[in-house]
Ligand binder design. Structure first.
Ligand code: SAH
Ligand code: SF4
Ligand code: F3S
Length: 433
């Protein structure tokens, strides 16, 4: 009987990509993926450390799995919590067999085959000299919308953020390696590729080539229909990248460009390397290159020292930019970061109030953006089954989740859809022949 692996992923898209690559590495060993933890021989939990309660999520997941898992299932915990707190989590949960940091995933096959419970549990969380990307096998499976990591790590050290500590310093994969993997994904059925990086636009190749150049190369791959990328750091955006949105048809009209706060004073305390005015100029340049582009962002409210006036400036910025979608969070103190030691921490109740106010505004903009597409015809890449039988779910060029009635045979296809309804979070429509 083939051995099975069950994977549970928390955190960002990079973690989803990593989980896929670990799955691929085990598929080479003969494992198949299962959605049922109770039938798995290996249970892999890929963790995130970005905000509080990250370890709590891990332990509640372990508790749940402990009730249902096979007796001898191997428990592997991977991801950013391991890099930050590996020894601590092994101590707290005797259930964990192997703990693996984000830079060590290529060691998983060997760890699994050589694992011996009697000899003790293992934690691997170094920043090794060789890159995990060089040692992982090529993708074995792909969805219609595939992820491809081109850059990893961060050198920016925003004062609130753990990523530079959990993912290490910036690293760009070579163009050749990326193109090879992109072709492989297309061969496996990918119609869309989302290029990933903690700061994806910090990617650089030989001879000063940047993300815009890479996108133009990837666009030449036959069979690939759509290209996306995320997450972009505002001050590192080049004109070449912006102009790619005007030149490359396959590049989707959507840009995620986190600002965090609309107050220059707060941005400075966050150690973000741009001003609000510089950010708005970039947004404007994107709109000049591609007038219909959807703009999305991340926000943090309640950063230490954030006054009512600072917060009002964030609301005012949102009013000016008009976002198509967004993610917003309460500031969360992370151990080891400069912001966690700042004296003027904001009261939890104030954070909650500000978050609710900001989210209300952002959601109304998202609704307006979605409603403006009613009556239009959009190309939708169908990626999943819908909740209701006979329905499929996909994404518009602007990243709007879109529900249509369609036979299952259309899964993985791009269809032309007339949008008939919109809510703040989704569209629905009819396929036109
Ligand atoms: N590299 C990206 C962001 C990666 S982290 C960038 O700089 O834009 C994803 C998002 O998590 C961030 O944009 C931020 O909004 C949020 N985040 C990170 N650390 C946080 C913290 N300590 N508290 C609250 N939100 C945080
Ligand atoms: Fe974190 Fe800042 Fe790096 Fe983004 S740029 S990953 S927020 S340190
Ligand atoms: Fe979380 Fe690590 Fe991603 S902390 S957001 S999984 S880089």
């Amino acid at each position: 009987m083939t051995k099975k692996i069950y994977i549970k992923t928390f955190g960002c898209q990079m973690n989803v990509y990593d989980s896929n690559r670990m799955r691929d590495a085990l598929m080479v060993l003969g494992y198949t993926e299962t959605q049922k933890p109770e039938s798995a021989d290996i249970i892999l939990i890929n963790t995130c450390h970005i905000r509080e309660k990250a370890s709590e999520k891990l332990f509640s997941e372990l508790g749940r799995l402990n009730q249902i898992k096979k007796k001898n299932a191997l428990i592997v915990v991977a991801g950013c919590v391991v890099q930050a707190d590996g020894a601590e989590i092994l101590k707290r949960s005797p259930m964990i067999d192997i703990a693996l940091g984000p830079q060590s995933y290529h060691e998983l096959p060997q760890l699994v085959t050589q694992y011996n419970r009697q000899k003790g549990r293992k934690i691997v969380a170094q920043f090794p000299a060789e890159s995990k990307f060089d040692s992982l096998p090529e993708p074995q499976k792909s969805s219609a919308n595939a992820f491809l990591a081109i850059q990893e790590g961060c050198d920016n050290f925003c004062s609130y953020c753990v990523v530079p500590y959990t993912r290490g310093c910036e690293y760009s994969r070579s163009s050749d390696e990326i193109i090879k993997e992109a072709k492989q994904l297309v061969k496996l059925g990918a119609k869309e590729i989302m290029l990933l990086g903690q700061n994806v636009n910090c990617w650089h190749g030989d001879k000063g080539r940047d993300l815009g150049d890479l996108i133009q190369d990837i666009a030449k791959i036959r069979g690939l229909k759509r290209i996306r990328y995320t997450t972009s750091y505002p001050s590192k955006i080049t004109q070449n990248l912006i102009q790619s949105h005007a030149k490359v048809k396959k590049l989707m009209p959507y840009i995620h460009i986190p600002i965090q706060s609309g107050s220059d004073r707060v941005l400075k305390a966050m150690n973000r390397q741009y001003t609000v005015a510089e950010y708005e100029k970039i947004v404007n340049d994107f709109r000049l290159a591609r007038p219909d582009i959807a703009i999305s962002s991340d926000f943090i409210v309640g950063f230490p020292g954030e006054t009512e006036d600072d917060f009002e400036q964030t609301l005012a910025l949102v009013e000016r930019v008009k976002y198509a979608s967004s993610f917003s969070f309460k500031f969360s103190t992370r151990p080891g970061t400069p912001a966690s030691l700042m004296k003027n921490q904001i009261d939890e109740a104030v954070k909650t109030k500000r978050l609710m106010k900001l989210q209300k505004l952002l959601l109304s903009q998202q609704r307006a953006f979605n409603e403006a597409t009613v009556g239009k015809e959009l190309d939708v890449l169908l990626t999943e089954r819908g909740k209701v039988r006979g329905q499929l779910l996909g994404y518009s060029p602007y990243m709007q989740g879109t529900v249509v009635r369609a036979p299952i045979s259309k899964l993985g296809e791009i269809v032309r859809v007339k949008i008939t309804d919109a809510t703040a979070t989704a569209l629905s429509g009819k396929i036109i022949k």
